[in-house]
Design a protein around this ligand. Structure first.
Ligand SMILES: Cc1cc2nc3c(=O)[nH]c(=O)nc-3n(C[C@H](O)[C@H](O)[C@H](O)COP(=O)(O)O)c2cc1C
Ligand SMILES: Nc1ncnc2c1ncn2[C@@H]1O[C@H](COP(=O)(O)OP(=O)(O)O)[C@@H](O)[C@H]1O
Length: 293
């Protein structure tokens, strides 16, 4: 997958881009609604022989727009998003810097420069996608603004329990500690990908304590969670207690008979919230339950 960063106004005359289909949106979390949208785009790209592209924005528009509550912790920070798009077969990813000037673009100017200018022949977005100054553009408008240069496909609402699957809902579930509900929206457990800063093996409890930093990830509310730790070689069960200071380093206790080297990146999947436990209680509980989740 090729990643193209667009940091300022596009010089469309200087651009040559293969004919493409563009899926539009912020896509935080790449949840089941987003996946259906990208799958729709993938099928059309195949039929029409177009490059499957996604256009996303960074940072979140709320950081630039005055009235919105700022979102600067993500369900999927850029690197995680890139990995997921790649897995979904996306061939080209446009990451547009969401600046003050960009936010002021009239809907028609956005379409002219960023859609037509990129040689886009087909746009796919959800029923509620908005764009351009004050979010004045919508899917009907994008078709009019395109003046027949590209086709559009509007993806209808994907719901769970009669409610739209959305990144906002997943954020709410994290805030409530309801991580076990998240697979209904994400299609998988909430997953954070982190570097291990240090690790200590405890012979008595047969646990390895990993110290990690979650950086740009939004985390569940403070509490103790059963997690699954995935390394290149192993899948291990563990416990993570998140304290108030979620911005710093966090410790994860992983059940293991021997010391494990986890120097590379690991994935931490959030399974369920537990009652607060001491380390030895935790180890005992994990042994008793044999970590069957
Ligand atoms: C060119 C452009 C300008 C935008 N300007 C504004 C704006 O002035 N006010 C606003 O609330 N949102 C603005 N947005 C944000 C969109 O309405 C929308 O929230 C964003 O594109 C993410 O879409 P999604 O949440 O449907 O994925 C703009 C988006 C684009 C692409
Ligand atoms: N549940 C859904 N069903 C269909 N399309 C969706 C759904 N959620 C988001 N989309 C579409 O996916 C793209 C990215 O949406 P975005 O606003 O980033 O997601 P969210 O609404 O979850 O914050 C947009 O084109 C949007 O309309």
């Amino acid at each position: 997958m090729q990643t193209v960063y667009i940091k300022g106004p596009l010089d469309t005359k200087a651009l040559t881009n293969d004919p493409c289909i563009i899926a539009l949106g912020f896509f935080d979390g790449v949840h089941l609604g987003h996946r259906e949208l990208i799958e729709t785009a993938r099928k059309i790209a195949k039929q029409k022989d177009l490059t499957l592209s996604v256009m996303t924005f960074f940072p979140h528009p709320s950081n630039v727009l005055p009235t919105k509550r700022k979102i600067n912790r993500y369900l999927s920070p850029l690197d995680a998003k890139k990995e997921m798009f790649k897995e979904l077969g996306v061939e080209k990813l446009f990451i547009v810097t969401f600046s003050h000037d960009f936010a002021k673009l009239a809907p028609a100017d956005f379409v002219k420069s960023y859609i037509c200018g990129l040689n886009c022949k087909h746009v796919v977005a959800g029923f509620d996608f908005t764009y351009g100054y004050r979010g004045q553009g919508n899917m009907q408008r994008i078709e009019e603004d395109g003046g027949g240069q590209f086709d559009i496909t509007v993806v209808s609402k994907k719901s769970y329990k009669n409610k739209k699957i959305s990144s906002t809902k997943i954020r709410e579930l994290l805030n409530e500690g309801a991580v076990d509900d998240i697979p209904h929206y994400l299609g998988n457990h909430y997953c954070t990908s982190v570097e291990v800063e240090s690790e200590t093996f405890n012979l008595k409890t047969h646990t390895v304590m990993l110290t990690v930093s979650f950086k740009d990830y939004l985390l569940p509310r403070s509490g103790t969670y059963l997690v699954r730790v995935e390394t290149d070689q192993d899948v291990l069960e563990g416990i993570c207690t998140l304290s108030e200071k979620v911005l710093g380093f966090q410790n994860i206790h992983v059940l293991s008979k021997e010391s494990v080297t986890m120097k590379s990146r690991i994935k931490i999947k959030w399974l369920t919230e537990l009652e607060a436990l001491s380390i030895s209680e935790t180890a005992n509980m994990m042994k008793k339950a044999q970590m069957v989740v």
